[in-house]
Design a protein around this ligand. Structure first.
Ligand SMILES: *Cc1c(COP(=O)(O)O)cnc(C)c1O
Length: 411
């Protein structure tokens, strides 16, 4: 087991240590939930205030031009493209992940009109499944979702498949799918891919074009620290731009939005993935978080996140034994995204007791505790301190207290 001195040395030599000062973190909190809602970059509050008081308050309607409001989805998309291995003009920041998933899967299905099967992982974050179930019912063309789990994905991709719609890093277990291999298999049978990068962007390196991905979506409020409900992103590879169509054909995706034509005519390029007026203040506030992720070396970031996850697993096992919690994430950090999942039959009250003690992670039914190891603001000593607190809660049975048993509305 590493000593305290060794863990402190890791912090002193951490090449990413400087990023921590870019965040506003509340005192007395070890925040291991950046995989669900990233903390606030200090500049995000400044940017949000500026967008409200100056751009809105003073600029008023003029700000569509003078503050770059109309161009913001493209500008942020181009910035994020640098992090995710896309080219300029292949990504926009807009709408929610679920909406973008709907648009991307619809566009991919329309590019494969003679096929009806969509391959998905059944244990994926539910909204992905729900959105595609909604889309299939709405299309009314007999689209069928072939649900599989990770070991069955490649076999499920056969020549009846239109679209393979998967999440790169699993929201619960954090297992990482091989984007390049699965995309290659999809292309070999004539199918297209839609990748969800919610738990990847800002956590582990992604190279969309190297993997030949067709479409991708993801949120900006997790490891990109964009703020609660900040707009999501959508990527479409340039080779699909001319032919792709999505059904939420609002005026922002029109070729000439200010011509006010009667009929829809899609914009050239990624702009046709837009729908309507953006949540501008949220969009502007998301920029500093995206910027930090783009500035950090993504290989160093993942290496640190993996090392923190490895340290956490080691310390939990050394302090609490291997039987108290079941490790539900890959032990090999190279197969794992940014968080570690531990299962315990009393996971809910244990997490509530942890949160009361200042260690914020989260709980996913029925029995999963998730601990996110976001690389830009956490220290190795935070990981060690969190395990100390967990060990204390378990040793003294703190979690058995009545006040930790009742479920809150949001877990
Ligand atoms: C976080 C997350 C979402 C969130 O979708 P919203 O539309 O923002 O609610 C969707 N899919 C996955 C896999 C996620 O991890």
């Amino acid at each position: 087991m590493p000593t305290r001195a060794e863990i402190e040395a890791l912090d002193r030599t951490d090449p990413l240590a400087g990023f921590r000062s870019e965040f506003t973190l509340p005192p007395g909190v070890i925040y291991l939930n950046g995989n669900s809602l990233g903390p606030m970059p200090t500049k995000a509050a400044v940017r949000a205030a500026e967008a409200a008081t100056l751009e809105w308050g003073v600029g008023l309607i003029r700000s569509w031009n003078t503050a770059g409001w109309f161009a913001a989805p493209y500008k942020l998309g181009d910035r994020l493209a640098q992090l995710l291995g896309a080219d300029a003009g292949e990504m926009v920041v807009t709408d929610a992940t679920g909406l973008n998933q709907f648009k991307a899967v619809a566009a991919a299905c329309a590019l494969r009109p003679d096929r009806r099967v969509i391959v998905m992982e059944g244990s994926n974050f539910p909204t992905n499944n729900y959105m595609v179930q909604g889309l299939a019912a709405f299309l009314g063309q007999g689209h069928d979702i072939r649900f599989v789990e990770k070991d069955g994905i490649l076999d499920a991709i056969r020549d009846d498949v239109a679209v393979v719609a998967l999440t790169h890093v699993h929201y619960k277990s954090a297992h990482v799918l091989d984007m390049a291999a699965i995309t290659a298999k999809a292309h070999a049978v004539g199918a297209l891919t839609v990748w969800d990068l919610c738990h990847s962007a800002g956590a582990i390196p992604v190279d969309l074009n190297a993997a030949q991905a067709d479409f991708a979506v993801g949120c900006t409020y997790k490891y990109l620290n964009g703020g609660p409900g900040s707009p999501a992103f959508i990527f479409a590879a340039k080779r699909h731009h001319a032919a792709m169509q999505q059904p939420l054909s609002g005026w922002w995706g029109h070729a000439a939005p200010f011509a006010f034509d009667r009929d829809y005519r899609p914009a050239d390029g990624i702009g046709r993935m837009l729908t309507g007026t953006q949540a501008i203040i949220s969009l502007q506030a998301a920029e500093p978080g995206i910027d930090l992720a783009v500035r950090a070396d993504k290989h160093l970031a993942w290496a640190k996140s993996r090392a923190m996850g490895d340290l956490f697993i080691t310390l939990v096992e050394e302090r609490l034994g291997v039987d108290m919690f079941r490790l539900d994430s890959p032990r090999n950090g190279l197969l794992r995204g940014g968080h570690v999942a531990l299962a315990h039959p009393h996971g809910y009250p244990i997490m509530k007791a942890l949160i009361e003690a200042g260690v914020i992670g989260d709980f996913r039914a029925p029995d999963t505790l998730r601990f996110g190891f976001s690389p830009l603001y956490l220290r190795y000593t935070d990981v060690a301190d969190a395990v100390d607190i967990l060990a204390d809660i378990m040793a003294r049975d703190v979690w058995r207290d009545e006040r930790f048993q009742a479920r809150d509305a949001v877990t």
